[in-house]
Design a protein around this ligand. Structure first.
Ligand SMILES: [Zn+2]
Length: 222
């Protein structure tokens, strides 16, 4: 669905009706996992969100809802297992939190008025920042898992960067995480969940310029 169409659903109720939205049930193991990953993103993005199970594709709505479609995610990442699968789901959610962050920092109207491909590129860079923090969990979560996940996401249509460009954009975000002070060396495998630092508004704005420049100089394919 085109981003402009998302504006047709101004309230949570509108979104619920559209996506046949259901509340998350933490008794379900998968839903509990997704909720945990989203909780980390709320902390690190500084944006709160209402998660709903959706029968449309996984997407963020301007009213603050993230609709999550397991069937769609499993179609993309179903061949992944264990930690790799979880990393991929986190990546998909991170991109959507990138959009929520844009709505929050730029405003909904200003976000929709921007060039779509830049809005998508920016969401990928923001996702990269949070992925870097997430990857601190270490051991089994590898940057290659992120690349593999990135290549399965939507690409090669006019409104999106290519798969290769998306991989580069995410890596750019990951490299920026250290500069932005989102990474601290003393963080151990177990306490990344307690990181309470959210991206600053200015950082989100600066990373838009970063995404634009990176997209300009990155070819469609390696
Ligand atoms: Zn997007």
């Amino acid at each position: 669905m085109h981003m402009n169409d998302l504006a047709l659903f101004p309230t949570e109720k509108d979104v619920r009706d559209y996506i046949n939205g259901a509340d998350f049930n933490v008794c379900d193991k998968w839903q509990k996992m997704v909720k945990e990953e989203a909780h980390l993103l709320m902390t690190w993005s500084g944006v709160s969100a209402k998660l709903l199970i959706s029968n449309k594709r996984t997407a963020a709505y301007p009213c603050g809802v993230v609709g999550v479609n397991r069937t769609q995610l499993d179609r993309l990442f179903g061949t992944f297992t264990g930690a790799k699968y979880r990393t991929a789901v986190f990546f998909a959610l991170s991109h959507e939190f990138g959009h929520l962050s844009q709505f929050s920092v730029f405003g909904v109207k200003s976000t929709f008025n921007r060039k779509r491909i830049l809005v998508e590129a920016h969401a990928d860079v923001l996702a990269g920042v949070w992925l870097a923090v997430r990857l601190l969990e270490g051991r089994v979560h590898k940057p290659n898992d992120v690349m593999d996940a990135g290549l399965k996401l939507k690409n090669n249509c006019a409104d999106y960067p290519t798969g290769f460009q998306r991989g580069v954009l995410v890596q750019t975000g990951m490299q920026n995480a250290a500069i932005l002070g989102m990474l601290e060396k003393q963080i151990t495998d177990s306490d990344y969940r307690s990181i309470r630092k959210a991206l600053q508004r200015q950082d989100v704005t600066d990373l838009y310029g970063t995404a634009r420049r990176k997209l300009q100089i990155t070819p469609d394919n390696p």
